[in-house]
Each structure stands twice: as structure tokens, then as C-alpha cells.
Ligand binder design. Structure first.
Ligand code: ASP
Length: 593
């Protein structure tokens, strides 16, 4: 570039630079040709600065359009007081252009890049098709920079703690994490496939057998599952594993790392977040009981209450029958909800039905023990007082109750609680409220498949003391298995692993994986465990989700440079796409009609 190479970046110019001759490189962010004078906001990744051009000196100036890439020479000058722009960091100065060169002309853009507010109206698929333009926006650059800092700080922290980063293969054998595999056909033996890893789970366990003791990796994981706002077919985890540890060691290491790293990133970028504090701890059972789910949003209270005993002998048939048939009556408090209209209460009921409730019983505390609502006539003054005590209701509150089996009632109330929290504005947007959920059940009954399936994955260790239930009552076995949850989202899952071949074989059997399948799919790891396997455990926090929490976005695609859209499609590269006939033939593949 020679003489055209920049001597300053746009965002650094201030009054103290007035009088400096500078060369700038960047993109024309906004162009305003007023006839007598032309203004161009020049942008590079450091920021924007206003250029001033004398139209008579630049007859070809129409070639400077939005997003033209330019090299500019000019002189910095202090702006007149009344034209200073306090909204721009460089707003005290402008650069009077003495010459420019178009480094890269630009066609008309598919969407304008200079109005962040307008971007919400731009179709997301179009943004991703032209991601290289979308990423030019300062807000997108900032997200990538935050992500980069997050990853770098994690790497540093892990190395300081004695971990080494080991890369594990991408084309490999299936490692189940509960999703479908992405398969890669093997050219040399048609009919055989590699699988892309759903996680590096097996390799990291093999690395423990290999004596690495402390492993981590910023790992790509691939899962072919239906997409949601917080899921992508490929995503990134901080995968880690440690030897000679118990659950508490993994918890402490992980919590220390997350707090240290997140607080440093919050400070570095001046994010609108309070420092992350000590993680609360809940067992799975407590979490289900208090919040109806295993990923509670602890930014607000509103714990569920259980009124099964209070209503066991109720005159209200629905309640009495529910309790008699082994169900529960559980509810959640709606602060200030007594003032809702009939229609609004109807909407809440509709909401509850969407998630499987047969109905929603409501009780409004107009004043002390004066109650109204769908079940008021079944509630005596004594019962009302009892319910107030159970639920913590104040005058003006509404109680929403569901009579059903424990799982259904919890699921409905979990969602209703979030809805109420949202409506009442109970979440503090500055808060990143982390907690641990521990002691998950080892297995859950998969009614569709008619068998037990792992709550986490098949390598998770049962709690020693619960092994007695293995044959009699597997659903009762708790595992050394833990999740990190932040603001109601699962951020990480991990566990202490089974390192004994005999126990692993028993668990495989419980999961209905017969011996031949065990050997075919996991023979290598079972054999590895027979050569002095150390006790080990680990966890894998999701990098994308951490970046989402830091940048306040609910869309995972906003923190990934080149994401897929719905159905796993990449509109930028047009992938997946067809391949030529020769490649089909080489792979021994044919499309069945
Ligand atoms: N492989 C697990 C997962 O991807 C994490 C772990 O158990 O360490 O969720």
C-alpha cells in the first residue's frame, strides 16, 4: 500500500491531533454531499471520524458511496464549537481531506449498515447471507471482540491452573450426547462412516487414562438436533477433564474460573453487568421442588408452594381427587395479581393449558383473608390463612394453582413463574445469577422408547451409596452429575465418570445396550479402563451461551461469526449443497428413490 497505508486509526483522533497530517484507511460509513461541502464518516474497527471534502477539488467524489473502502490523506482540525458532536468519540475534530484513493469500490448494499436501529427490520437470513457486511457493524465487531477476550482469558486461566490444551479429532466415531450424529462417508470402504463428535467426551476420558491429569480444549461440538434460539448444529464448549478428583474439586475449579474470567471481561468492556458472585447450590430435588425445573432463574424469588396437604380433604373435587390419586396441588404467587381482570386471569389459564395443565385454580387476596377467584368458595378463613403462610401471599396477590401429577404441575408452574417474573419486571438486567444444580438422577424413563436413558451421558458415575438401587429402582439412583445454570439457562453440564469397567458394563446393561453393541461402540474405552484408569471427572461450559449472557442476546447466532439459519442451512456458503457425480461414485453412494 506504500503511501496509502494509515498513520492513525479513525477512532483515536482527538483535539490534541489538530494540525496533524494523517493517512486513514477505512469504509465510508455515511456520505452526505450537500453541494457546497461533502461529509463522509470514515469507519474502521476503532471507530468513526468525520471527513470534510471540498467538492470543487474532487470531481469524481460520487464514487465515494456507502461502504466504499478508502485511503484518505488529510489534516485534522478542531471543529467549531457549535458543530462539535458529543455523541461521537472523535466528535471534537474532523479531517479536511487533501486526497483519497478508492481501495475497493462498493456495489449498492443489500441493507444499510449505518443505522443500527434499522437493522432489527432486516431479515436475518439476508444478514447471514451477507455476514461479511453485517459484521462490519460496530455492535457485531464488539460481540466478536468480547467472545475473543472470553476465550483468551479462559485459556490463560486454565493454563495457570495447570491444564494443557489438547486437540482431539473432528472426524471420529460416534460419541453420544443425546443427539443425532453428523456422518462423513469413508471413501475407502463404502458403507463405513466417521461421525463428527457431539463432544470430545470419550477422548478426554482416554486422555485421563493417558495420564494427562488436567486437560482442556476450546472444542467444536456437532449435534444434529432441532434448532432453537440457543442452539446451533455446531457450537463451542470449554471442554475440561481432571484426574484424581471428587465432585467438589470440579465445582470449585469451574466456579473460580467462570467468576474470574467473566468479571474480567465485564470490566474490560465496561459491560452493563454486576460482578458475578458466589454460585448458589441446589440439589436437583430442591430445584424441582422450589422452581419446578432443573434450570431455575434465581434473579427473583417466587418459589413454588405445595398445598397438597392443605387441600387433601377439600370440598373442591378436582383438588381432592388429585391428591387421592397420588398427585399434587402446587402453585405460584403472582405479586399484585389480585387486580388482574377476568380476561387477564383467563389468559394465564390459557398459558397454563398450553403447557399441559388441565386448568388453573386462582385465589386472589383482596385484603388480609378476604379471597376471591375460581376456588374462593372452597376456601375457609382458616384455609386462606394457611395458604397465605404457605405461599407468602400479601394482600393484593393472586395465587395460581395446578392440580396434577408432580412432573406436569412443575412444568406448568416453572413456565408460569417465568411469565409472572417477566410481567412484573422482577429480573434485574444487570444480574448474572449463577447457581449449581447437583445430584441429578442417573437415568430417566424414556416412555417412548420403553427404556431407561441417561440424564447426562452413559459415562456418568452413579453415587456409590445409591448403587444398591441399580436392579430394584434405577430411577432412584442419583449421579455425581452437576449443571451450571445462569439466569434460567443451562450453561454447563458435567459429572464424575465411571472409571471401572464392571460398573460401566452394568450401566450399559441398564441402558439396554447389549454386550455386542457395547463392544462395537465403546469397546475401546472399556478396554482402556482395564489399564489402570484413574478416577476422573469434568464439565463443559458452553462458550456461545456465556457470550450470549455477557452481550445480552437471546439469539445464539448473534455471537457466532458465521452461523447456520433454520434447518442447519448456511446461506452465505450455500451449504449443504450438491456434489458432483464423481464424488458420489467415489463414496459408493446412490440416492434411493
Ligand atoms: N460431554 C459433556 C457435554 O457435552 C460434558 C461433560 O460431561 O464434561 O455435555
Amino acid at each position: 500500500m506504500g503511501l496509502l497505508q494509515r498513520t492513525k486509526v479513525c477512532g483515536e483522533l482527538r483535539s490534541c491531533n489538530a494540525g496533524d497530517e494523517v493517512v486513514l484507511n477505512g469504509w465510508a460509513h455515511r456520505v452526505r454531499d450537500l453541494g457546497g461541502v461533502m461529509f463522509v464518516d470514515l469507519r474502521d474497527r476503532s471507530g468513526l471520524v468525520q471527513l470534510v471534502l471540498d467538492p470543487s477539488a474532487f470531481p469524481n467524489r460520487a464514487e465515494i458511496r456507502s461502504e466504499t473502502c478508502l485511503a484518505v490523506t488529510g489534516k485534522v482540525r478542531e471543529r467549531a464549537e457549535e458543530t462539535k458532536n458529543p455523541k461521537m468519540e472523535t466528535g471534537d475534530v474532523e479531517v479536511v481531506v487533501t486526497g483519497y484513493t478508492v481501495l475497493g469500490p462498493s456495489k449498492t448494499l443489500p441493507f444499510p449498515l449505518n443505522d443500527e436501529d434499522q437493522m432489527v427490520n432486516v431479515n436475518e437470513d439476508l444478514r447471514i447471507k451477507y455476514r461479511y457486511l453485517d459484521l462490519r457493524r460496530p455492535s457485531m465487531y464488539r460481540r466478536l471482540a468480547i467472545r475473543s477476550s472470553l476465550i483468551n482469558r479462559i485459556r490463560r486461566h486454565m493454563e495457570e491452573q495447570g491444564f494443557i490444551e489438547v486437540e482431539t479429532p473432528i472426524i471420529t466415531k460416534s460419541t453420544p450426547e443425546g443427539a443425532r450424529d453428523y456422518l462423513v462417508p469413508y471413501r475407502l470402504e463404502p458403507g463405513k462412516f466417521y461421525a463428527l463428535p457431539q463432544s470430545p467426551q470419550q477422548y478426554k476420558q482416554l486422555l485421563m487414562v493417558a495420564g494427562i491429569e488436567r486437560y482442556f480444549q476450546i472444542a467444536k461440538c456437532f449435534r444434529d438436533e432441532s434448532q432453537r434460539a440457543d442452539r446451533q448444529p455446531e457450537f463451542t464448549q470449554l471442554d475440561l477433564e481432571m484426574s484424581f478428583v471428587v465432585q467438589e474439586d470440579v465445582l470449585q475449579l469451574t466456579e473460580g474460573m467462570l467468576r474470574d474470567v467473566l468479571n474480567a471481561v465485564i470490566g474490560q468492556f465496561g459491560l452493563d453487568k454486576d460482578p458475578v458472585e458466589t454460585f448458589e447450590r441446589l440439589t436437583f430435588d430442591e430445584s424441582m421442588h422450589l422452581y419446578g425445573c432443573d434450570k431455575p432463574d434465581l434473579r427473583f424469588g417466587l418459589q413454588l408452594f405445595d398445598a397438597s396437604d392443605a387441600f387433601a380433604d377439600s370440598e373442591f373435587g378436582v383438588f381432592r381427587n388429585a391428591v387421592e390419586s397420588g398427585g399434587v396441588i402446587r402453585g405460584v404467587r403472582y405479586p399484585g395479581g389480585a387486580g388482574l381482570s377476568r380476561k387477564e386471569v383467563g389468559q394465564l389459564e390459557e398459558f397454563a393449558r398450553e403447557f399441559g395443565a388441565k386448568g388453573l385454580a386462582t385465589l386472589a387476596f383482596e385484603s388480609e383473608n378476604d379471597v376471591k377467584g375460581s376456588i374462593a368458595k372452597f376456601v375457609s378463613a382458616d384455609k386462606a390463612a394457611e395458604l397465605r403462610k404457605l405461599s407468602g401471599a400479601e394482600p393484593g396477590d393472586l395465587l395460581c394453582m395446578v392440580a396434577d401429577d408432580y412432573a406436569t404441575a412443575n412444568n406448568v408452574l416453572y413456565r408460569l413463574r417465568l411469565e409472572i417474573g417477566e410481567r412484573c419486571g422482577l429480573r434485574n438486567p444487570r444480574e448474572l445469577k449463577f447457581c449449581w444444580v447437583v445430584d441429578f438422577p442417573l437415568v430417566e424413563w424414556d416412555a417412548e422408547a420403553g427404556r431407561w436413558s441417561p440424564t447426562h451421558h452413559p459415562f456418568t458415575s452413579p453415587k456409590e451409596e445409591d448403587l444398591v438401587y441399580l436392579d430394584s429402582d434405577p430411577g432412584r439412583i442419583r449421579a455425581d452429575c452437576y449443571d451450571v445454570v445462569c439466569n434460567g439457562t443451562e450453561m454447563a453440564s458435567g459429572s464424575i465418570r465411571i472409571h471401572r469397567t464392571d460398573i460401566q458394563a452394568r450401566i450399559f446393561k441398564l441402558l439396554g445396550i447389549d454386550e455386542k453393541t457395547q463392544q462395537d461402540r465403546f469397546g475401546h474405552i472399556l478396554e482402556a479402563f482395564s489399564f489402570g484408569a484413574p478416577p476422573h471427572g469434568g464439565i463443559a461450559p458452553g462458550i456461545d451461551r456465556l457470550a450470549m449472557a455477557l452481550t445480552d442476546t437471546e439469539n445464539i447466532r448473534e455471537v457466532i461469526a458465521f452461523p447456520k439459519v433454520g434447518n442447519g442451512y448456511d446461506p452465505l456458503m450455500d451449504a449443504p449443497s450438491t456434489v458432483d457425480a464423481q464424488q458420489w461414485a467415489e463414496l459408493g453412494l446412490r440416492l434411493s428413490k
